[in-house]
Each structure stands twice: as C-alpha cells, then as structure tokens.
Ligand binder design. Sequence first.
Ligand SMILES: [Zn+2]
Length: 94
Amino acid sequence: MYCRHCGKEVKDKAVVCSGCGHPVEDLSGNIIVGHPWNWFVMIGLILLTLLVPPAGLVFGIIGLLDPAKKVQGAVVTTIAVFMTLLLIAVIAGL
Ligand SMILES: [Zn+2]
C-alpha cells in the first residue's frame, strides 16, 4: 500500500511511513496504532530531557498523545516537569 501523506510505498505491516513518519492508515482510514518507543529511543529521550527539559516536555506530550506510547510519554513528561522545576530553581538562585 501507499502512504496517504507522501505517496511513498510502505509495507503492509508497517505502522508508520518510512518516508514521512506519519502513522499508516488501513483501507478504512483507521490509523494503525504505533509501536511503543524502544529502549534505545527511551534512553535518548531521558538523556535529552535531563539536558534540555523543555524539549523533553515536548516529546513527553507527543508520547502521551499516542496510545502505544502513553506510559512512556508519562514517564518522560514527569522527568521533564521535575527537571524544568529544578532548572527554574537553579536560575532563580534557590
Ligand atoms: Zn509518508
């Protein structure tokens, strides 16, 4: 089948397009739920969150919006909120 967003051919069992990253939709137009982030991505996201909390917050929310990544998104968001508060405390000189 072909991606509805960029037209690239994607494998029938693919859940996201390898061309544009959009979720692949089945013939009835339902978006196939994506896979959870693998451990490699999760470690990268947690490191990113520790270094750049606002960026981690963005990815955490993206995760929360995806049913397959909801728990992982919650973990990343929690770390991001904590790090953001810590960053504010450090900047404020507390
Ligand atoms: Zn595409």
